[in-house]
Design a protein around this ligand. Structure first.
Ligand SMILES: *[C@@H]1O[C@H](CO)[C@@H](O)[C@H](O)[C@H]1NC(C)=O
Ligand SMILES: *[C@@H]1O[C@H](CO)[C@@H](O)[C@H](O)[C@H]1NC(C)=O
Length: 247
């Protein structure tokens, strides 16, 4: 067969055999994360790869209001994205953020964000893509995840787009100049086994929603409000690309 005939055979295989579908779109390729800043203020997204995974964008960058940036991740990548706010960095990328700071660096390169911060978490191709918005470490900025492609019964947009800072219970509030700029989780604020699902509360059966986690859940029903909130908070897509929106 010549090259042309080979192509024709491959074309027919890909487009007719069920299960060969994935060759049409992604195959062994990467996923694209589209990060969009719809807030009025600048956001400095932080990115922390899972253990053994590569850095994306060296772990952080500046995203101006209205700006959209595509970040490509290899197959099987896992990690988290979070918004940082009220940051100041010098030209060398040293400085600080009021919320979500990762050791005073623009590029987090392996450092996590200081809680409280809203997290967008991903585990790709295991064998499907798992994703969630987590408030387990608290909340700082509105975050949503929308699959731009991908398939599956729970391949759906999820969000925590309510201004939880305004609804944050006293005792969990982080303030700057009298304004609430972030909202701690009860675990972060009180560090007890009941709120953190540790010790005697270290199983899904023993660790139940609390009066604090219920506040989070009422406002953001598709987000993780405490450590064992899995059934209503984990979503999956086959071969997705994802829009991560701030505000
Ligand atoms: C970003 O990725 C999305 C989804 O994969 C794609 O539709 C869009 O064209 C890309 N934008 C740029 C500027 O590359
Ligand atoms: C939650 O319950 C604790 C202990 O009963 C109480 O001290 C606290 O005020 C309650 N918080 C909210 C937000 O209801």
């Amino acid at each position: 067969m010549n090259l042309y005939q080979n192509s024709v055979v491959l074309f027919i295989l890909v487009y007719t055999i069920p299960g060969c579908d994935y060759l049409k779109t992604k195959g062994a390729e990467a996923a694209v994360f589209t990060l969009q800043n719809k807030c009025r203020n600048t956001i400095w997204p932080g990115i922390l790869p899972g253990s053994g995974q590569i850095q994306l964008m060296n772990g952080g960058f500046q995203l101006n209001p209205g700006e959209v940036v595509n970040v490509t991740a290899p197959k099987k990548w896992s990690g988290r994205f979070w918004p940082r706010r009220f940051c100041k960095f010098d030209s060398a990328g040293n400085g600080q953020c009021l919320t979500g700071d990762c050791g005073g660096k623009l590029q987090c390169t392996g450092a996590g964000g200081a809680p409280p911060a809203t997290l967008a978490e991903f585990t790709l191709d295991s064998p499907v893509d798992y994703y969630d918005v987590s408030l387990v470490d608290g909340y700082n900025v509105r975050v949503s995840i929308e699959p731009l492609s991908g398939t599956g019964p729970t391949c759906k947009p999820i969000s925590c787009l309510s201004e939880l800072n305004r609804l944050c219970p006293v005792g969990l509030q982080v303030k700057r100049n009298g304004h609430v700029v972030a909202c701690k989780s009860a675990c972060l604020a009180f560090n007890t086994p009941e709120y953190c699902c540790t010790g005697a509360y270290a199983t899904p059966n023993s660790c139940k929603p609390t009066n604090y986690s219920k506040v989070f859940k009422a406002v953001c029903p598709t987000s993780y409000s405490y450590a064992y909130d899995d059934p209503t908070s984990t979503f999956t897509c086959q071969d997705g690309n994802y829009l991560i929106r701030f505000c």
